[in-house]
Design a binder for this molecule. Structure first.
Ligand SMILES: *[C@@H]1O[C@H](CO)[C@@H](O)[C@H](O)[C@H]1NC(C)=O
Ligand SMILES: *[C@@H]1O[C@H](CO)[C@@H](O)[C@H](O)[C@H]1NC(C)=O
Ligand SMILES: *[C@@H]1O[C@H](CO)[C@@H](O)[C@H](O)[C@H]1NC(C)=O
Ligand SMILES: *[C@@H]1O[C@H](CO)[C@@H](O)[C@H](O)[C@H]1NC(C)=O
Length: 707
């Protein structure tokens, strides 16, 4: 039924990658090897730090060492290929303690960070519902060579995975809505290991060697030892949410877990019972599997659980691994496509706030040789830096994550777990997109404080401090005396958060106002931070639509930098962005214009459209359709492309004031007939992504129950 599987190639590639340690002759591969054992981060000193100074390339890093071509027969490791040419490595299993038990049964795991498991295939056949060509290329897949049936059957676990793939689930815990929940772990996700692909800023060419490891995870592929009572499955419609958000976040310069693809099953016998709104009423949903790729899926909660159950040695081991991954990330531009759009930034701001290549290497670079204490301190330092920059970026773009539990925050400072998130329409700091978040703990405006709270919980784990609201029997007894991170040093690291966050937030907002980046907060001298504050205050008081107002501001600035815009223009602006008043607008504009904003720079930094919740709902419905007509496919592809290239020109304010079509009329119900799917959906899509949504669709919420 399917093509024979050329796994030999893959096996060969992996063996060769492991075996090849070419010593680099001093000088031959650049200056990294010229001094006594000062190897670059992708090399190792042959005989330890005090050795002869010979460096050798680490497995998987051949391209950066300048090694010319991969070994014969291992063509799988170069350029782009088919799915059977994916090169897997078990880096996580090598780095972290492995649970000796291999059964799938739900259980508590005490002395390990990972447990082996394997996918449970759907009963029916799997189909490829969505594919992201950009992420595919990063992993070494040529999107046009992807055979949909083979791809779906293999990655849903129906075709046997090659023996080099050892699927595993991560163990982690977490503070959920403020209290410690004990062991959680990958209950509906599992990793297939790392795929050797291309670095985030690497230009991909036919002869590019693949070496950058991306951890590939399947969400919804069945039960793991951490599933507790769950079925390990995920709803297909929900997977669409996780698919589209990273595309938009990345085009805005925000590191995010990428989604390679979404698989689904249409078979009746695969349907999932879900209580979407926690009302006790079950509905049947189609299942989906989301294929996600990240440098590593470690979470704050990974360190928390390791601290509690493995003590200092296990915690330090995990921290060392996290820092090795971070060091690799820091030697590249993670937000390269957005950085290219911006006017040149000072190096320090580029590195700190835009995840740019490190100009001065951080402590992560030296972590492999550092003491345990220093490793723990460094992890906290890097997390304070990266998390503050990440949340500042979320705040500037109007993103609300929705569930910032410590098990849903990445230990690498990358956006992950994109399910109950939302992008602002109305500028409302109190808006919480998660349906069950009654107290608005994770409201848009609460994110910086919550991030800080989460970092404090991470710090508890690193310092061996009893956890807040911990009802486990060992709540106060787990932290035996030992080499935990010193409490005072931890507090010093945490103290940097406010300043780092504020600087990155102001910088991102300055760029969005067409100003040069300074990062000066609002102080006694009325710095740019005060203009930012005036702007968000006006938005909040008038209920303006954030994405639209941010972009159309350029039209207000254009008439003349010196003269304030005419009254009528301000009024039509307010109307076009859904603001109920112009009071305060004039004052803000005058202060802004005194700082000489550049409308073109503003347009380069602010997208013309946003990922609107009601459009996501439409996309989710389309993804569930068993037979997707060409028009539906066009729609989904167009949505992907618009989110990937959301900048482009827009017409004047007048042309922008139309209100979105009513999507209800569009869909006339939930199930589309074959003919309905042939309606051309594309022309109105762009409008729906940037026009003002009707009042009822401005603050949609999502439920975790639908997952
Ligand atoms: C990782 O893979 C290598 C080679 O493919 C294998 O020898 C090793 O046992 C694996 N490690 C673990 C922890 O499974
Ligand atoms: C826990 O794991 C570590 C390393 O993997 C091992 O040295 C230790 O003996 C284990 N402890 C227990 C109680 O199993
Ligand atoms: C947050 O993490 C928990 C525990 O792993 C998981 O069940 C949940 O689905 C995650 N939330 C989201 C929104 O992905
Ligand atoms: C304008 O909108 C804001 C935010 O939605 C609201 O708080 C305020 O009451 C509105 N004012 C008027 C006059 O409608």
């Amino acid at each position: 039924m399917f093509h024979p599987w050329p796994w030999r190639l893959l096996w060969l590639a992996v063996v060769v990658t492991h075996a090849q340690f070419t010593a680099c002759v001093p000088g031959r591969y650049g200056r990294q090897c010229e001094h006594l054992c000062t190897c670059a981060d992708y090399e190792e000193c042959e005989d330890g730090p005090t050795g002869s100074g010979e460096c050798s390339c680490m497995a998987g890093e051949e391209a950066r060492c300048g090694l010319p071509s991969p070994p014969e027969g291992a063509t799988a490791g170069v350029g782009l290929g088919t799915v059977d040419a994916l090169v897997f490595q078990n880096l996580t299993l090598q780095a972290l303690p492995l649970d000796p038990e291999t059964a799938r049964r739900s259980r508590q795991v005490f002395n390990a960070s990972v447990s082996l498991t394997r996918p449970q295939p759907f009963r029916g056949s799997a189909r490829l519902a969505l594919l992201n060509p950009e992420v595919a290329r990063r992993l070494g897949l040529a999107p046009e060579l992807v055979d949909e049936a083979i791809f779906a059957e293999l990655l849903s676990g129906k075709l046997p995975l090659p023996s080099t793939v050892q699927p595993f689930a991560h163990a982690y815990g977490g503070h959920q809505f403020g209290s410690w929940s004990g062991q959680l772990g990958d209950g509906r996700a599992m990793s297939l290991g790392h795929v050797l692909g291309f670095a985030p800023d690497q230009h991909i060419a036919e002869d590019s060697v693949r070496w950058w490891p991306w951890e590939l995870s399947l969400k919804g592929a069945g039960k793991t030892p951490y599933s507790r009572g769950g079925d390990g499955r995920a709803a297909l419609a929900n997977a669409a949410r996780e698919f589209f958000a990273p595309i938009f976040l990345e085009s805005n310069g925000i590191p995010s877990c990428g989604t390679l693809a979404v698989l689904g099953s249409d078979a009746e016998e695969d349907r999932l019972a879900r209580d979407e709104w926690y009302t006790g009423e079950m509905s049947l949903k189609k299942p989906g599997i989301t294929l996600r790729a990240m440098p590593s899926f470690l979470r704050f909660g990974s360190a928390q659980l390791a601290a509690k159950r493995q003590g200092v040695p296990g915690l330090v081991r995990l921290a060392r691994y996290a820092l090795a991954v971070l060091a690799r990330m820091e030697s590249h531009d993670e937000a390269s496509s957005y950085l290219e759009r911006l006017r040149p930034l000072p190096d320090a701001l580029r590195q700190q706030c835009f995840f740019g290549r490190a100009v001065s290497p951080s402590c992560a670079e030296r972590a492999s040789e550092a003491t345990g204490q220093e490793v723990l301190r460094c992890l906290l330092e890097r997390m304070v830096h990266r998390t503050s920059a990440l949340v500042a970026a979320w705040m500037a773009v109007g993103f609300a994550h929705g569930v910032m539990n410590t098990d849903n925050l990445s230990l690498l400072g990358v956006t992950v777990d994109l399910n109950v998130y939302g992008f602002l329409s109305k500028y409302d700091p109190g808006w919480a997109p998660n349906h069950i978040d009654d107290t608005a703990r994770y409201a848009f405006g609460a994110q910086p404080e919550i991030a800080k709270w989460n970092l404090e919980r991470l710090s508890d784990a690193l310092t061996g401090t009893p956890f807040l609201v911990d009802r486990e029997p060992d709540a106060t007894s787990w932290a035996e005396p030992g080499e935990w991170l010193d409490l005072k040093r931890a507090q010093r690291e945490l103290q940097h958060f406010d300043e780092l966050f504020e600087r990155c937030y102001v910088v991102r907002m300055e760029l969005r106002l067409g100003l040069l980046a300074s990062g000066r907060p609002c102080g006694t001298d009325r710095g740019p931070g005060c203009v930012v504050k005036k702007w968000t205050t006006w938005l909040e008081q008038t209920g303006a639509d954030y994405p639209r107002a941010s972009r159309l501001l350029a039209e207000l600035l254009a008439p003349s930098a010196a003269r304030p815009p005419a009254e009528s223009l301000r009024e039509s602006f307010a109307e076009a962005v859904g603001a109920n008043s112009t009071a305060g607008l004039e004052e803000f504009l005058q202060e802004l214009q005194a700082l000489r904003p550049d409308p073109d720079a503003l347009r380069a930094a602010v997208p013309r459209l946003s990922l609107r919740s009601h459009v996501l709902m439409e996309a989710a419905k389309l993804v569930e359709l068993k037979k997707q007509g060409s028009k539906v496919r066009d729609f989904l592809r167009a949505l992907q492309q618009l989110l990937q290239h959301p900048f482009g020109e827009i017409e004047g304010i007048a042309a922008m004031s139309s209100v979105v079509d009513d999507p209800k009329a569009f869909w006339k119900g939930t199930d589309l007939t074959a003919e309905e799917t042939e309606v051309d959906l594309r022309p109105s899509l762009q409008g729906r992504l940037h026009a003002l949504p009707p009042e009822s669709l401005k603050q949609l919420r999502t439920s975790c129950g639908a997952q």
